[in-house]
Design a protein around this ligand. Structure first.
Ligand code: COA
Ligand code: U4Y
Length: 221
C-alpha cells in the first residue's frame, strides 16, 4: 500500500532528492496541467512563499517514487487565506498553533481514480492527513479551495464550514473553509475509502513533532 511520509525541516535532509522531484511535479501539475500560470517559474519548480522551514509535507510514496502529496502551513504565520485571499474569510481567518492550512493536494496522473491502486492514493492522503492532525493534537484545518471539494469532503465525513461566500478567483469558484479534526472524521474516511490501518511514516522523527507553546504559568520560572 502507498505510505504517507511526514517531511519537516528536521528530517528533510533524508528527502533532498524527493523534494526536488516534488517541486518539479508541482510545476507539471499546477502550471502545465491546471494552467495556474501565475505560479510558473523559469527553473521548472513550483515553489511559493508558503514553502518555508515551518511547512510540513505529507508525501505519498510507492517505494522511492512520489505519487502524491499534501502541504500543511501553520496559521500562526502567513497563509494563502490571510495574505493572498483574505476576501474569502469574511468572518475572520483562523490564527492558532492548533490550526494548519491545507493546500497543494495532488495525485500523479497514473495513480488517480479507482483503477490505479487500492486503496486509492487520494484516500491514503486524506486518511493520513487526519491521522497526522490527531497525533499532533491539532484541532482544525483551514483551506482555500475550489467549491467542487465541498461534496467530496462531505462524502468522507469531513464537515467543511464556510468562512465567507464563494468568490471568483482566476475564473474558479473558490471558498474559504475550516474543518474540525476528529477521530470520527478519521474513522469515517478510513471506512469509506478502504484504508484499514495507519498510513504515516516518520523517518528520522519522533512523533509528535510540533512544539506546543507552553502556557504562561509554565514559562514563568
Ligand atoms: N474540477 C472539478 N472536479 C474535479 C477536478 C477539477 N479540476 N479534479 C478532480 N475533480 C473531481 C471530479 O469529480 C472527479 O471525478 P470524475 O472522474 O467524474 O471527473 C473526481 O474529483 C476524482 O478525481 P480523479 O482525478 O479521478 O482522482 P483522485 O480522486 O485520485 O484525485 C485529485 C483527485 C484532485 C487529487 C487529482 O485530480 C489531482 O491531483 N488533480 C490535480 C491537482 C489539483 O487540482 N489539486 C487540487 C487543488 S490543490
Ligand atoms: C500563491 C498567489 O485548490 N496565488 C496563488 C498562490 C485559487 C488560485 O490560487 C492561486 C495558489 C485545496 C492559484 C489558483 O488560481 C484546494 C485548492 N487550493 C489551492 C492551492 O494552492 O492549493 C488554492 C486555491 S486555487 O494559482 N494560488 N498559490 N500566490 N502562493 C485543497 C486542499 C486540501 C484538501 C483539498 C483541497 O484536502
Amino acid at each position: 500500500m502507498t505510505e504517507l511520509h511526514v517531511v519537516s525541516h528536521v528530517n528533510r535532509h533524508l528527502y533532498e532528492g524527493v523534494l526536488d522531484e516534488y517541486f518539479r511535479l508541482r510545476h507539471q501539475i499546477y502550471v502545465e496541467e491546471r494552467r495556474w500560470t501565475e505560479l510558473a517559474r523559469p527553473d521548472g519548480r513550483e515553489i511559493d512563499q508558503f514553502d518555508t522551514p515551518d511547512t510540513i509535507y505529507l508525501m505519498a510514496m510507492e517505494g522511492s517514487r512520489i505519487v502524491g502529496s499534501h502541504r500543511l502551513v501553520p496559521t500562526t504565520g502567513p497563509t494563502l487565506m490571510s495574505d493572498v485571499f483574505p476576501q474569502l474569510a469574511l468572518r475572520g481567518f483562523v490564527r492558532s498553533p492548533f490550526a494548519y492550512e491545507l493546500s497543494r493536494v495532488f495525485v500523479v496522473r497514473d495513480r488517480r481514480g479507482d483503477q490505479a491502486a487500492q486503496p486509492r492514493v487520494e484516500s491514503v492522503i486524506m486518511a493520513g492527513t487526519m491521522e497526522f492532525a490527531l497525533i499532533e493534537g491539532l484541532s482544525q484545518f483551514t483551506i482555500v479551495m475550489e467549491t467542487w471539494w465541498v461534496p467530496r469532503f462531505q462524502e468522507i465525513g469531513w464537515n467543511p464550514r464556510p468562512l465567507g461566500v464563494a468568490v471568483d478567483i482566476n475564473g474558479m469558484s473558490c471558498i474559504g473553509v475550516t474543518i474540525n479534526v476528529s477521530e470520527k472524521a478519521w474513522r469515517e474516511t478510513c471506512r469509506k475509502r478502504n484504508v484499514d490501518r495507519p498510513v504515516l511514516v516518520w523517518n528520522g522523527l519522533d512523533a509528535p513533532i510540533l512544539g506546543r507553546p507552553q502556557p504562561a504559568v509554565l514559562r514563568a520560572g
